[in-house]
Design a protein. Structure first.
Length: 340
């Protein structure tokens, strides 16, 4: 069904137009800096693209969302100093910016635009690095699969990543390395189960306060519709359970593309929670009554906590000699009865 220009899409167009206005100048400045990454500038562009991707998905603007997601992935590598923004990398990003601008200007027809080739080139940069560094065989990677443009997402369109090639599982498997428990001044991106960014630029200070208090950090991805249908559990009941067993640090609700109201109901309503709790990772799904796959470990507790504090305050066990010295003397045996 064709898109209709409503208040939601109108708001998206206003924000997206502002976001893409400076992309060309920003990308050229990033290219000029080369390996000397301007962290603040890259973070600004990343946030704009990230925001555009999220809002596009909410509005059902599939191709804008898919292209923005691939650009976001490349920018994330630049932010992490894993990719140098060479002229070849920036050239692809500039073409992506031009395509986004064109689609925003004709937003109602944007889902008909074939973005597959651009998405494929961005994925190649994610997997193989700058075009200048690739040999002929690498550059001749397979063309994007049919259906990757308008009318059907590519194989990676679900989350925009190829986890085996990009190494997300390895990156997040030891999530304690995400941030140091003694570093309260940084900001980190907290991952979801699929390796994508669940929470952008979260201050480490509040999370470390929880860790030092004996709480571990997790990301919860909770299907509110399934909770309601399968467990007869209202969202308010779920939130109460979360608050009973831990602390909600940040949260938001993620919606899938909104279908026509007269033909279907929304089939995706996910509550994303950055959560601190003293409950162990193994017990957390059963305690909260959620699927195991809904819980993603982020960082372990760093000691402390109520139990540890109580143990510290408890008096030390007395030595055996002290116990013996302080024990009451046994009562004297009764005198023997006189003989008859």
């Amino acid at each position: 069904m064709p898109l209709e220009y409503d208040e939601l899409i109108e708001s998206f167009v206003v924000e997206a137009t502002e976001a893409v206005a400076d992309l060309e100048a920003d990308f050229l400045a990033i290219e000029e800096g080369g390996a000397d990454i301007d962290d603040e500038l890259v973070a600004k562009v990343f946030r704009n693209i990230h925001s555009m991707k999220g809002t596009a998905g909410f509005c059902g603007l599939e191709r804008i969302g898919a292209l923005a997601h691939e650009m976001e992935n490349v920018l994330n590598l630049v932010r992490g100093k894993e990719l140098v923004p060479t002229p070849g990398v920036v050239e692809v990003l500039l073409r992506g910016a031009d395509q986004l601008t064109t689609m925003v200007q004709d937003v109602l027809n944007s889902n008909e635009v074939d973005t597959a080739q651009l998405e494929h080139e961005l994925q190649l940069i994610e997997r193989l690095g700058p075009p200048e560094d690739r040999d002929g065989d690498a550059a001749a990677a397979a063309a994007p699969a049919a259906g990757g443009g308008a009318g059907g997402p590519s194989d990676d369109a679900g989350d925009g990543r190829d986890h085996d090639d990009h190494g997300d599982e390895e990156s997040w498997e030891e999530s304690d390395e995400l941030f140091d428990v003694h570093d309260d001044e940084s900001e980190v991106d907290v991952p979801a189960a699929d390796g994508s960014v669940a929470f952008l630029l979260v201050p480490t200070g509040p999370m470390n306060e929880h860790r030092r208090a004996g709480r571990s950090i997790h990301v919860l991805e909770l299907d509110l519709l399934a909770q309601d249908a399968e467990q007869d559990r209202r969202p308010a009941d779920l939130v109460r359970s979360l608050e009973d067993h831990g602390t909600i640090i940040q949260s938001y609700v993620s919606l899938g593309p909104i279908p026509p109201l007269e033909t279907a109901e929304a089939d995706e309503l996910t509550f994303i929670v950055l959560y601190a709790t003293e409950v162990s990772e193994e017990m957390l799904p059963s305690v909260l009554m959620v699927p195991e796959e809904a819980v993603t470990f982020v960082a372990s507790a760093a000691g402390g906590g109520a139990a540890d504090d109580a143990a510290d305050d408890a008096p030390a066990p007395a030595a055996a000699s002290d116990v013996a010295a302080s024990a009451p003397s046994p009562a004297p045996a009764p005198a023997a009865a006189p003989a008859e």
